[in-house]
Design a binder for this molecule. Structure first.
Ligand code: HGY
Ligand code: MN
Ligand code: MN
Ligand code: MN
Length: 417
């Protein structure tokens, strides 16, 4: 059942909720709460309880986003919504703050604003479904659908590594993937969206800055590279005769790392994050290697240039090692600039609260990058200790959470009054 401290507006309630939600998917090496798994469904159920006990009207939309809505008395029912929120799903062995911070602080901020009058807009807190690409290798599924950026044919092809489809996971919660388009919000129905999130990075912590205000959000380009050689007896084939797919793949991993090191100060970066060898037997020369590459960037030109350099390097390595190679582009999203007007409001709120702030780019992707297509969107960062995230040791100092909650509350108030 929900933990209820005396009021859901204060920081002790926020910290207690973060700890409580961390239990869903907690394992020996962090938190693994992948989208629509039982742990995620339990966490979703808990948040719905929290929203209901906070007096919000709760619905689940056609793609599985959970929306808690507060409608102040006497407002124009057509008034556009002021929205906040983030995600509940995690990466494998992730931390307790990534995503959850934005949801719990969103609820606390709405609880604070309920006590204020002069509100002229409804407030919504959203749990975006399947934000992390960890399960389906497809990022921000829920907020893409809300922003109308979804293609049903693409959604129907989405499967996880065990071939379980997104469609069947949605059915588990009573949703039909054919209806996913209904999650799209009508134009101008969202007055503004503000997400509070841990900085995936060390900048604020290193510079001892209280608040990050995000100007641009990196978007992912993702590749699947398949290297094909010739399997053979690992004891019987001479080195010169081999077509060893893993040797080519290893050189490709290093080449991508070196190219990324060249581009990281030009607004793009790339990482080989998953590698599978076939047949994976100790006495067989690997005949096939599949690898997945995660490219992020805020400069579209640099991403295009880096991609070309990677393609050139991959084909020459494959040739030199007598192996074949195929590159499949799985995703290619454009970097997104967030609302300068909204960032101005956030900056003014920070100075009124005597908090230091820094404009920065987000090297990670976030739901805000999709909502930015249909509404002014803002993304507020709080310092991430030593820049460690997507890791069980992810940590935010409670005083930074408090500052983030104050800035979120006042920014939402500026939009909703
Ligand atoms: O992968 C990301 O950029 C974010 O953590 N969803
Ligand atoms: Mn994340
Ligand atoms: Mn996140
Ligand atoms: Mn996010």
């Amino acid at each position: 059942m929900a933990i209820q401290t005396n009021n859901s507006q204060d920081i002790s309630w926020v910290l207690a909720q973060i700890e409580h939600i961390a239990q869903f998917g907690q394992n020996a090496s962090g938190i693994t709460r992948l989208a629509f798994t039982d742990d995620d469904l339990q966490a979703r159920k808990y948040i719905i309880e929290l929203m209901q006990s906070a007096g919000l009207a709760v619905i689940t939309d056609a793609i599985g986003n959970i929306i808690g809505r507060y409608e102040p008395e006497g407002i124009n029912p057509e008034a556009a919504t002021v929205m906040t929120g983030s995600h509940l799903d995690t990466v494998p062995s992730g931390g307790k703050y990534d995503g959850v911070l934005g949801i719990v602080c969103g609820l606390a901020a709405v609880s604070r604003l309920k006590t204020r009058d002069e509100l002229k807009h409804p407030l919504e807190v959203v749990v975006f479904a399947a934000e992390e690409s960890s399960r389906f290798s497809f990022a921000t599924i829920g907020s893409k659908a809300m922003a109308g950026l979804t293609n049903p044919a693409v959604l129907k092809r989405i499967k996880d590594h065990e071939e379980i489809s997104l469609a069947s996971e949605l059915e588990k919660i009573g949703l039909k993937i054919d209806n996913a388009l209904n999650a799209a919000r009508p134009a101008n129905s969202i007055k503004g969206f503000v997400e509070l999130h841990i900085e995936h990075g060390e900048l604020l912590d290193e510079k001892s800055i209280n608040i990050g205000i995000v100007d641009r959000v990196s978007a992912p380009t993702r590749l699947k590279i398949t290297v094909t050689g010739m399997p053979g007896h690992s004891g019987a084939i001479s080195i010169a005769e081999r077509q060893d797919a893993l040797v080519s793949a290893s050189l490709i991993v290093l080449a991508i790392r070196n190219i990324a090191a060249e581009y990281e100060y030009k607004g793009a970066i790339g990482t080989v994050t998953i590698l599978k060898t076939r047949p994976g037997a100790i006495n067989v020369i690997p005949g096939k290697v599949e690898m997945w590459v995660d490219i992020r960037g805020t400069e579209h030109e640099s991403i295009v240039e880096m991609l070309q350099e990677i393609k050139d390097a991959v084909s020459s390595i494959a040739d030199d090692n007598d192996t074949a190679v195929a590159i499949e582009v799985l995703a290619s999203e454009k970097p997104v600039s967030l609302s300068q007007n909204l960032n101005q409001i956030i900056e003014t709120v920070c100075s009124k609260l005597r908090l230091s702030s820094l404009r920065l780019d987000s090297r990670a992707g976030h739901d805000a990058m999709n909502i930015a297509y249909v509404a002014p969107a803002g993304l507020i960062f709080v310092p991430c200790k030593d820049g460690v995230s997507h890791n069980e040791n992810e940590y935010i100092n409670p005083k930074d959470i408090e500052a983030g909650l104050d800035v979120l509350t006042e920014t939402l108030y500026q939009l909703a009054k």
